[in-house]
Design a protein around this ligand. Structure first.
Ligand code: MG
Length: 160
């Protein structure tokens, strides 16, 4: 099957006042932001885990533990670059990625183009290889109440 590899990733962080809301490396203006040891970018964290899964590598929590002071406030983009280095060493090439952001507010539509452009820049993928969707939870659960943001990501890769 042409050495195809699939990967899935998921991440969730609490939304609290006084933090930045980073999604896919883009700073989204909002009254709340994502709480975490790092920059708490759920999009990049889910993407990283999907990529690591496709490469058969350990997950984000094992490689970049949140108990390690060197990862305090670390940008997701930096961790993604380290992940891409791992894939390169393993000769694993990304084919396409598909992402769903789960968030009640703010509306993500006005920022989608910027997030996709950032993801293309970070991964080197063409725009038609980066899917990006945002959904609300219809008011259900913690995400629906505006207390959390989550992200799911699928990746198709190929071992060269
Ligand atoms: Mg995370």
């Amino acid at each position: 099957m042409n050495n195809l590899r699939i990967g899935i990733g998921f991440d969730i962080h609490r939304l609290v006042p006084g933090r930045k809301l980073m999604l896919g490396g883009v700073d989204i203006p909002y009254e709340k932001g994502a709480l975490g040891h790092s920059d708490a970018d759920v999009v990049l964290h889910a993407l990283i885990d999907a990529l690591l899964g496709a490469a058969g590598a350990p997950d984000i929590g094992e490689l970049f533990p949140d108990t390690d002071p060197q990862y305090k406030g670390i940008p997701g983009a930096f961790l993604l670059q380290k992940t891409l280095d791992i894939l390169k060493k393993k000769n694993v090439q990304i084919q396409n990625i598909d992402i769903i952001i789960l968030i009640e507010k703010p509306k993500i539509l006005p920022f989608k183009a910027a997030i996709r452009a950032k993801l293309c820049g970070l991964t080197g993928l063409q725009e038609d290889c980066v899917g990006l969707k945002a959904k609300t939870m219809e008011g259900l659960g913690d995400i629906g109440a505006g207390n959390a943001v989550a992200c799911q990501c699928s990746v198709l890769a190929r071992k060269l």
